[in-house]
Each structure stands twice: as C-alpha cells, then as structure tokens.
Design a protein around this ligand. Structure first.
Ligand code: ADP
Length: 621
C-alpha cells in the first residue's frame, strides 16, 4: 500500500514538474511574442488591445438588452399599455442599434489596425532574421543545416505575430467566460460544467495533431528547399542557357513533381486524419448545447423562466461556447507556437564560430605572418593546411602557386578571418589577428575573389560597393574604372556610369560578358580606399588576352604602395612577384623569387616549363 502511495506521489511529482516546465516555457514564449509586437509598433499594439477589450463587452451587453426587449414585448402584449411599451421598446432598440453600430465601426478599425500591425511585425521579424544571418560567420553558409534552419526560422517567425494576439484572445475569452459562466451557473450548476467537459476531447485531439504536424513540417524543410531550388533552375536566368540547350526543363519538372507528390500525400493524410477526429469531437459539444436548449425550453413551459430568458440563456450558452472555442483555439495555437517560438528563439541565440574579436586597430601597412598554421574546415575532418609558416613584409608582392585544391584560397580566407585557424596563429604586426577589431582588420584588405559576385545595380553602384560611403567621389570612380579597364567598355553604354547592369529589373539594362563582369569586380577592388593589402584570386581568368596582358604590364603600378597577394594558374603572370610560394597539399614546398625557383629546377620550374611547352607547341603548330 505504502509502495503504491509512493509510486503515485512520484508520478504526481513528475507530471507537476512537467506541467510547470511547460507553463514556464509557454510564458516565456508569450512574453517574447508580446515584446515583438510591442517593439514592432507600440501605437498599433495599444489600439488593438483597446479594440479587443471593446469587442468582448459588446455581445454580453447585447444579450442583456435582447432579453429586456423580448420580456417587454411579451409583457406589453399580455397586459401593458401599448404606448408606454412602444416608447420603452424604441428606447431599447436605439441603444441596441447604437451599440452594434459603434461596435461594427470599431471592429472595422480593428481590422485595418491589425493589417497594418501585421505588416510591421512581419518586417520587424524579417529584419531580425537578416540581422542574425549577418552576424554569423561564413562557415554557416557552407552547411545545408543552416539553410534548413533559415527556412524554419522564417516560417516560425510568422507564428510569432499570431501568438501575441493569442494572448489577447485568451484574455478576452477569459473575460467572456468570467461573465457568462456565473449567469448560466445560476440556472443550474451542471450546465456550464457539461459545456466545458464536452470540449476536452477536442483539446486533446488538437494538441496531439499540432505536435505531430509541427514535427512533420520541420522534417520537410530540406524537401521544401529542394523544391524551391528545382523551381529556381526552371525559372532562373543563370540556368536559362543550360535549360534550353540541354533541354532539362522537363527533367527538373519531373523531379519537382516527385517531391511535391510525396509532400502533398503526407500532408493530405495528416489533414484528413486531423479533420476526421475533429469532426467526431465536435459532435459532443453540439449535443450538449441541444440538451441545454431543451432544458431552457422545458423551464419556460413550466413557467419557471420568462420567454425573454430563452434568447438570453441560449445567447449566454452561445457566449460560453464561443469563449471555450476561442480558448481551445488559443491553447492549441500556443501549443503549436510554443514549439515554433522556442526554436525561433534558439535560432536567435546562434553565435558566430569566430572567437570574439578584440578592440585593437591595425596600422595601415601591416606585416603579415602565418605561424605554424594548420586548418580544418568546420564540419570536416581533413587538414587543408598543415604547419604553414611564412612572413610577408609591407608592400611585398606575393604569388601563391599550386594545383587546384592545394589551399591557396584557404590562406586568403584565414587572412580575412572568414574562419579562425585550427592550430597556430595568423599575426598582423606581430599580434594575433583575433586581437583586432574584426571590421578594422578587414578594412586593411581589398580583394577580387575567384567567385566574385555580380550585382543587378548600376555600374557606379557595382564599383563603389566596396566603399559605399564614397559613392559620390567621381574622381575615384573614374580612376578605378581606368585601372581595371572598365573605362574602355563605358562608351558602349548609353548611360555611362549610370547604366543599369542586367535586364533583371530594367528593360534597358546592359548585359555583360564574363570578362566585362570581371573588370567590374577588379574596379570594385581598386575603389576600396585605404586598404593596403590587395588580394587577387585568379583576377584575369575571364579576360581576353589583350586585357590580361595590359593588366599584367601594369600590375606593379596598380598595386603600388600595397602588399599584394596574387593567385594565378598562368605561371607566366607570376614573374613580376617579389616572392612565389608554391603550395602542395596544404604545405609550402618551395619559396623564392621567380629566378631563384627556376634556377632550383624544382616543382615550380617543372610546372612552369610544362605550361611554356604547351604554348611553344601550340605556337609552332
Ligand atoms: P585552391 O584555392 O588552392 O584551389 P582551396 O583553398 O579552395 O584550394 O581548397 C583547399 C581544399 O579545401 C580543397 O580540397 C577543398 O575541397 C577544401 N575546401 C574548400 N572550401 C571548403 C569548405 N567551405 N568546406 C570544406 N572544404 C573546403
């Protein structure tokens, strides 16, 4: 017996613990969503609260007034004077009409207010997600899980706006019940009780399906993203040529349809099951309402209630039913939103993997040193760089050479602190780069990346993006265009620097070749002011031989006064470097000037001669 009691007590404690945990989590979510609604627009938040409170009071007032009207009519017909009855009747009718008129006007305002407020909350949340993404380091962008979580966070954030209103709905439903239950209770205490109990099965069904549906939705994020991707291939400009040439539209559509069918069948089955159970559960409250109506009718027949009481008490039962329905919907929504909002809050807690930067600001012309650096990309296990050490003096021109995958771009990414080293240190003027303010550190550098981005903006905006504050500096814009060779393309375009690039948004936008885009990217790199280190990762890969030649001839002039890192597969182009670092499998295997490396006859000389031979053979052929 004692053991039984002990087990019961521990069960009770477990359930109480679970309940308290859940209640705390729900409260946290409610506070969070109300704070979001409040921050998005205080004015609209307050207006909506006021309108909601008004909307709760009106139906109860109308029920009372309705009872008075019917009782008055019945009394007047049975025994009263018509004149007096008519006067009182018109009085009551006027009050009812006024109450309903003002209520409908206020509700219309409430709807407008709600629409505006929703837009504001939606924008606030969108900004919150974008700001969070901007705080995260580049390694997040390598992970598919990151994109799944963004898809989920964007979807979940939409529920936040509703949760703030759910809390207000709960308050208004509670107010409705607080007024209506005692009235029905006075008639008979069993009546409100059975009305409440009849809703319990519906609550349980909704709760279970909500949890199930949410888990399913989260699981489906990768599939939804893949569906959007396949649609993107069918519609996207970047893919249009391949789609036409290789005729892959139908293949993409088939793949999309397979995924959609799978998604749709699963969703349909959940909806059907949920609907079936909800329909079954809704029969119970309807039967209870019918029984209560019968009870009221019988009371009137036995003259224990007046005829006016019929509409009054059925109205009040309706109020309780509505209140309970709102409460159930609110509770289910909270349950649904609690899971979503907890996940959304977890998303907002994501932190960059980079160690927190210091506050030091680097001096303008830095010495850069890699000291025994080893690196593994986050989420992988393979060393991409191993025990790498080198030292660069201010103003030195360095060429990084090596076959694909030898680690050249990774060195650049570590220098820019897109990633933190796994072992060792990157030093700027003898100080670990983690000690510097991150933005201050990155301002030292400008770069043309191998996978540079093209923007559907004007030429001027494309060039000045690297130093947007100086957008109006015409002299510097022209200078950057002349350094990169953009000035030779400009006359082709009707609007010159203000020509819009691509036809994505403008009918008269200009379309560029790969080489022209690359020149724009080079101009962007040169436009960045005060950056004393320039990184050029395959900067001439898309240029025609003439532009490439002119670029190489002017390379020293272009990079004058700057430290330069130059990555190129065309080994003839690295001859102007002060020093060449030859990489193999993430290690430096040779280092020295062009002449020294050629004299040495090692890896570099081998690769150089291989390329030269190719040109000579081609030339003599
Ligand atoms: P290179 O510039 O010399 O062609 P990279 O520095 O780009 O070489 O790449 C070196 C190695 O690191 C390659 O094997 C490549 O697959 C790997 N790598 C590059 N970027 C990533 C990444 N974001 N995540 C995981 N591995 C990567």
């Amino acid at each position: 017996m004692e053991r039984k009691n002990g087990a019961a007590t521990s069960m009770f404690a477990m359930y109480t613990g679970k309940f308290i945990k859940k209640a705390l989590s729900v409260t946290k979510c409610l506070v969070f969503s109300i704070s979001v609604s409040w921050k998005a627009s205080r004015k609209h938040f307050l207006l909506r609260v006021a309108f909601e409170a008004l909307g709760t009071a009106v139906p109860v007032a109308v029920a009372f007034l309705g009872r008075d009207v019917i009782n008055l009519l019945v009394d007047t017909v049975q025994k009263g004077s018509i004149n007096e009855g008519m006067y009182r009747f018109m009085q009551l009718l006027t009050i009812i009409l006024l109450v309903q008129f003002f209520n409908s006007v206020f509700q219309r305002f409430n709807n407008i207010c709600a629409d505006i407020h929703k837009d504001k909350v939606s924008n606030f949340l969108n900004m919150q997600v974008l700001k969070k993404i901007s705080e995260l380091d580049i390694s997040f962008f390598d992970s598919p899980k990151f994109y799944d979580e963004i898809t989920n966070a964007r979807r979940d954030s939409q529920f936040l706006q509703s949760l703030a209103w759910i809390s207000i709905n709960i308050i208004s439903a509670a107010m409705q019940l607080f007024v209506a239950i005692p009235i029905l209770w006075r008639l008979h205490w069993v009546l409100p009780l059975v009305l409440i109990v009849s809703r319990v099965p519906a609550i349980l069904v909704e709760k279970n399906y909500t949890r199930y549906t949410y888990a399913w939705t989260r699981e489906r994020a990768p599939v939804e993203r893949k569906m959007a991707y396949l649609q993107g291939i069918a519609m996207g400009r970047a893919y249009a040529k391949d789609v036409k040439l290789f005729g892959i539209f139908n293949e993409m559509l088939d793949r999309y349809t397979v995924l959609w069918n799978q998604w749709f069948n699963e969703r349909k089955s959940i909806l059907l099951q949920r609907g079936k159970w909800a329909a079954l559960c809704s029969a119970l409250p309807q039967a209870v309402t019918a029984a209560i109506t019968f009870f009221i009718g019988v009371q009137i027949l036995y003259r224990r209630l007046t005829i006016g009481d019929y509409s009054f008490y059925t109205g009040i039962s309706g109020q309780i039913s509505n209140g309970l329905n709102s409460l159930i919907t609110a509770i289910t929504n909270i349950y649904d939103s609690e899971l979503r909002i907890t996940n959304y809050m977890k998303f907002l807690e994501w932190k960059s993997n980079l160690a927190e930067g210091g506050t030091l600001l680097p001096s303008a012309h830095p010495e850069i040193e890699f000291k025994d650096v080893s690196f593994i990309y986050p989420g992988t296990e393979r060393y991409v760089l191993k025990n790498l050490s080198f030292h660069i003096r201010p103003g030195e021109k360095i060429a990084l050479v090596g076959v694909n995958g030898s680690g050249k771009s990774t060195i650049v990414k570590l220098m820019l602190r897109f990633y933190d080293v796994t072992e060792g240190q990157v030093l700027v003027n003898g100080v670990d780069i983690r000690e510097y303010d991150l933005n201050g550190l990155r301002k030292l550098f400008t770069a043309v990346f191998q996978d540079y981005a093209n923007y559907a903006f004007t030429v001027r905006e494309n060039v000045t993006l690297s130093d947007f504050e100086s957008e109006k500096d015409e002299v510097r814009v022209r200078e950057a265009c002349s350094m990169s060779g953009v000035d030779r393309i400009l006359p082709k375009w009707k609007k010159g620097l203000d020509s819009f690039l691509t036809k994505q948004f403008e009918e008269d936008g200009e379309e560029l070749s790969g080489g022209e885009w690359q020149k724009i990217a080079i101009a962007r790199a040169f436009f960045r002011k005060n950056s004393s280190v320039i990184i050029l990762d395959e900067p001439t890969s898309a240029l025609d031989p003439e532009s490439e030649h002119s670029m190489f001839l002017r390379f020293s002039e272009l990079c004058e006064g700057r430290t330069a890192f130059f990555i190129s597969h065309k080994l003839s182009s690295v001859t102007m470097a002060d020093r060449i670092l030859v990489l193999e499998g993430g290690r430096i295997v040779e280092e020295g000037s062009y002449a020294a490396l050629m004299d040495k006859g090692g890896k570099f000389a081998y690769l150089f001669n291989l390329q030269a031979e190719k040109y000579i053979r081609k030339g003599s052929a």
